[in-house]
Design a protein around this ligand. Structure first.
Ligand code: SF4
Length: 248
């Protein structure tokens, strides 16, 4: 991600709020395809923020939070909002995906960036674990939250991964799509229970896996049970195409 343009004029959208913070960024990459969920297949730029408050057993981005295995100082850098915007703009994709880690841990510093994207005709989506209450400002600035509530298969205790106030706040924005990482069809009853408890819609089911073989095998296992429940099924397109290559 070297060779970033020096921040220039912030332009018209700057009137919505001045960039005044620095984001802790793991990586910015693209153009590539959004691999998961309702926008799978769309040309996208990715901003991956560092740090997460959870520690899922199958996490595929542990370099954003796992101090026991990674040097987080080396794996992240502080960037101004304007630097991030210029990097995103240079990628030139219509969809900007802000992911992590858990990006809502830095949500106050994302509003200006999302406003800039919107003013430039870019669609912005935030991928969140659903355990942080979004502010009104960030909810107003983006097009969709892709909310990946964690199931028991994550290894996280329920009180840490399921925060009712955050789930209700995300649902109330009317901008949430609910994407669940599933390791076997046995996980689907847990999703049904959450869907009924919180009125989650739409539901997307995604197979867990970091190889194309795992993704395809699990999609075959899940297809019929997911259809029977009237839900959506998403691949991990980047895994099917590039296995676990970072920055794709
Ligand atoms: S919430 Fe996401 S980034 Fe955080 S540990 Fe779980 S899978 Fe990884």
């Amino acid at each position: 991600m070297g060779g970033l343009l020096h921040p220039g004029s912030p332009g018209r959208a700057a009137s919505r709020g001045r960039p005044d913070g620095r984001l802790l960024v793991a990586e910015i990459f693209g153009p590539t395809f959004q691999g998961e969920g309702p926008s799978a297949g769309r040309l996208a730029a990715f901003v991956r923020l560092s740090r997460c408050q959870l520690a899922c057993g199958w996490c595929d981005t542990p370099y954003t939070w796992d101090r026991t295995r990674y040097d987080l100082q080396a794996e992240s850098r502080r960037m101004s909002e304007a630097e991030v915007w210029h990097a995103v703009k240079a990628i030139g994709a219509g969809l900007v995906v802000i992911t992590g880690g858990e990006p809502l841990l830095q949500q106050d510093r994302l509003v200006w960036l999302a406003d800039m994207c919107r003013a430039a005709g870019r669609r912005t989506e935030i991928e969140t674990n659903g355990a942080v209450v979004p502010s009104r400002a960030i909810a107003g600035a983006i097009r969709r939250f892709n909310v990946s509530l964690k199931l028991a298969n994550s290894g996280m205790p329920a009180p840490r991964r399921l925060r009712p106030e955050a789930i209700r706040a995300l649902a109330s924005t009317g901008k949430a799509a609910w994407k669940f990482v599933v390791t076997s069809p046995a996980d689907l009853d847990e999703i049904t229970e959450l869907q009924q408890r919180y009125g989650l819609d739409p539901v997307w089911v995604m197979p867990e896996g970091t190889t194309s073989d795992q993704i395809l095998r699990r999609m075959h296992e899940l297809a019929d049970p997911v259809l029977a429940r009237g839900w959506n099924l998403t691949p991990r397109l980047h895994t099917l195409l590039w296995e676990d290559a970072r920055g794709r």
